[in-house]
Write a protein of this length. Structure first.
Length: 186
């Protein structure tokens, strides 16, 4: 029933979360800092990378006096999106060729944050009835429109309450990958 390392066969990620077929993207923020036009954002954009996607969200310059509120911010963000579309697509093509991941864009202004593009990656799940019941309860209560939206809600809730722990786990996984890379080749 259990394998040589105390794990049930077929469970977990044997050998860690290797990304052998993907180039590393740890320099993506630096590459983008050098590649993006200097006048787009008021500071270096937030850049997050996972196995499928690079997400770039930059903060736009403040609105002029008298133009406050969410509507004004949304208008400024919409203008930025339209005016920079061709150049963003060119940069995205270059980044996708370099890192072999899709690129998603967004902008923020004050409290307003808008994502222009973002992947919705299907995730294989095998939920038992009790887990499906939780999702169905969220749908029935109007918290979510579908089971998949309810699952997203659950993941966000867990992330919100465990950010510190997840950060430590990611660091530990990175250390394992570094040690594995230093080991003998097979």
């Amino acid at each position: 029933m259990y394998g040589t390392h105390g794990h049930r066969p077929g469970f977990g990620r044997r050998g860690g979360w290797q990304q052998a077929d993907l180039p590393p993207a740890d320099d993506a923020a630096a590459w983008l800092a050098g590649r993006l036009p200097d006048d787009w954002y008021v500071r270096a954009p937030e850049v997050s990378v996972d196995r499928e996607e690079i997400v770039i969200v930059g903060e736009l310059a403040a609105l002029p006096a008298g133009a406050e509120g969410q509507s004004a911010a949304a208008g400024r963000i919409a203008r930025f999106r339209e005016e920079t579309r061709d150049k963003r697509m060119q940069i995205a093509d270059e980044a996708e060729a370099r890192y072999r991941r899709k690129v998603a864009w967004g902008a923020s202004l004050g409290e307003t944050r808008v994502m222009f593009t973002s992947l919705s990656v299907p995730v294989m799940t095998r939920l038992r009835q009790d887990e499906r019941r939780v999702l169905d309860t969220l749908v029935d209560a109007g918290v979510a429109k579908s089971r998949s939206e309810a699952l997203v809600w659950c993941v966000r809730l867990v992330r919100e309450h465990t950010d510190d722990w997840l950060g430590k786990l990611r660091q530990a996984m990175q250390q394992v990958d570094e040690l594995r890379a230093q080991g003998p080749g097979i």
